[in-house]
Design a protein around this ligand. Structure first.
Ligand SMILES: [Zn+2]
Length: 208
């Protein structure tokens, strides 16, 4: 890849949030550098942030509970925000939402101080947004199998080092992610690690 194809290339440290507006046509690649690292992900129409990612519409329209290659991430209004152009893992959760200090306590009886919800609050505030913007999110590199009896839970993360998703912006999109700090279930292999985010120009070929 020519260097001038790359607009932005950054390693998000373990447990930290990150955000950016991805312009229409640009692509965002998220790389699970060391493997077994969940990335909690929100996205919004940058021109109208009240119109935000809808797991409901995304699941219903495409008849799939998993985000995978070819999936379009839709908003409440039905606008296409991002298309998953490439997915090396084969399926990502979007039913289980993010970890928070309250749900950590309810699930594990542990009073945590770090969570994806807290990361979202911090990062959204930099865009003048608040908790009302937090909805059921995408959990890249995380699986939540649902059993025939309805039982569900976070599976051991099978994402290999170097797994990635490549997302094409279908409009100007604000993306807000949390590099999940969870230590109480296997979604991060009990060892939160860095992820890489790369933004490249429209039409530029992917290269890592
Ligand atoms: Zn989390």
């Amino acid at each position: 890849m020519q260097n001038d194809d790359i607009i932005f290339d950054f390693v998000v440290p373990a447990k930290q949030p990150w955000s950016r507006v991805i312009s229409k046509g640009e692509s965002l690649t998220i790389v699970d550098l060391e493997g077994q690292q969940a990335v909690d992900f929100l996205c919004f129409d940058a021109a109208d942030p009240d119109d935000r990612y809808s797991a409901m519409n995304t699941i219903k329209v495409q008849g799939s509970a998993y985000i995978k290659q070819g999936t379009v991430l839709y908003t409440d209004s039905g606008k296409a925000l991002l298309t998953v152009v490439k997915d090396t893992l084969g399926g990502h959760d979007t039913i289980y939402g993010c970890c928070s200090n309250p749900n950590n306590f309810l699930r594990y009886g542990v009073a945590t101080t770090e969570s994806c919800y807290s990361n979202f609050l911090h990062e959204l505030a930099t865009h003048g947004m608040d908790r009302t913007a937090i909805v059921g999110n995408v959990n890249f590199f995380m699986q939540v199998p649902v059993m025939p009896d309805g039982a569900a839970g976070v599976a051991e993360d099978v994402s290999a080092p170097g797994s990635y998703v490549d997302l094409r912006a279908e409009t100007d999109v604000l993306v807000v992610l949390s590099n999940c700090p969870q230590m109480l279930n296997p979604c991060n292999g009990f060892a939160p690690s860095p992820v890489r985010v790369i933004v490249r120009k429209a039409g530029a070929p992917i290269s890592l």
